[in-house]
Design a protein around this ligand. Sequence first.
Ligand code: GDP
Length: 461
Amino acid sequence: MNQDTICALATANGMGAIGIIRISGEKSFEIVNAVFEGKNLTKVASHTVQYGFIKDDYEVIDEVMVSVFHAPKTFTTENSVEISFHGSPYIAKKILEVLIKNGARMAKAGEFTMRAFMNGRIDLSQAESIADLIASENEASRKVALNQLKGGISNEISFLRNDLLNFTSLIELELDFAEEDVEFADRAALKSLLSKIEEKLNSLIESFQYGNAIKNGTAVAIIGKPNAGKSTLLNALLKEERAIVSNIAGTTRDTIEEILHIKGHAFRLIDTAGLRETSDEIEAIGVKKAKEKVENAEVLIYLIDASTQDFSEDIDMLKSLLREDLKLIICATKIDEVIPDQYESIENVLRESITQEFDFIKISAVENQNIQDLKNELSSYVEQLKSEEGNVIITNQRHYEALQKSLTSVRKVEEAVNFQITTELLSYELRNALENLGEISGEFTNDEVLGNIFSKFCIGK
Ligand code: GDP
């Protein structure tokens, strides 16, 4: 049991209608009670809200509502109090000062969540999902984080890990009876369990590409010759987004990347700053610059002006930009200006010259023709990254690495069984695999890893 009682501002540090200060630890009730004018907080029932005032000696700091939570049914499993005050950063500071004066101490980053983990209320992957949930900026990342918080990845793994633990116990029992040459652990059953674990690990590892798209968005480059219609398309794509964003005061937009949301997925439009300029300011985008943009992209949208007669330059440019793992969408633009025959022939020529697979979409950004098709194409690209089975998706680099380590060690166990390596060695490899599998939920971990995870949290979480 941790003895310190900690306190911190749980809401964002800035002006708001209400701010919340959180207190957790054995002495929470006594400490808050000492500065509270209202009912005696050490006597009130759990999960109740009390009206009153926070005072520093005889001076009232603010009129507040205080929520009281008795251990163990609290976030940290410790006695906890939440003070809702009028949301001024100055009042927050004054209340925190008076709490500290009465025996609390300022919480470190992530310390509330760390206590929830240390006290066994959540496992490590769930603690991490809280940080992800707070950071989620789109529907898909919110859903994945929430699923993780409910125990997603831990459930998938702990089941198999428990079975493996049973085998390990049996193998270790064999070691105790080494002289008698007995076999308690059925090797065939162990093999089948190992291949089940391997399959699960593989599918979780594969889900990381999709997980990454969810968490960080998919990087998209829009390329084309001057006047191809890039900035007009960008505006058409972002039309609704901008309307939403401009209503939120204080929203800062990245000057280099614009974010486009389609069906709950985020797309990062790389280096669109140049596209903001008016047509006459635009310089020809050099091959080198285009290459740099595409290097960081997963999707390339290449625009060709449909009224162009000769697009050999476009084909050369495209050829120099292509990569096997790049999703390519070629758009013939300004189709409102030309007859269908013309843009149809563009597609034919492209299909003859470009070997890599691509989607061909004919658009008019000015008349908003087929822009939806382009959006659908982007969203289905992300959707197809989703693995067929399983709804648990890995979004966290640490989990990804731990899963890969687990896979390597499970394969070593398999080898040990297949080649009938000594029971000692088999038991050693099994322990290793158990440890690696346990890293995800935090059953096996060290202070450095924990420090690293929780230090990324905000104070008060
Ligand atoms: P960028 O240099 O590639 O960014 O091209 P712009 O988006 O600035 O477009 C160049 C010119 O083509 C502008 O005068 C646009 O109004 C025009 N344009 C762009 N898209 C369309 C379109 O779909 N239809 C028509 N008719 N004109 C377009």
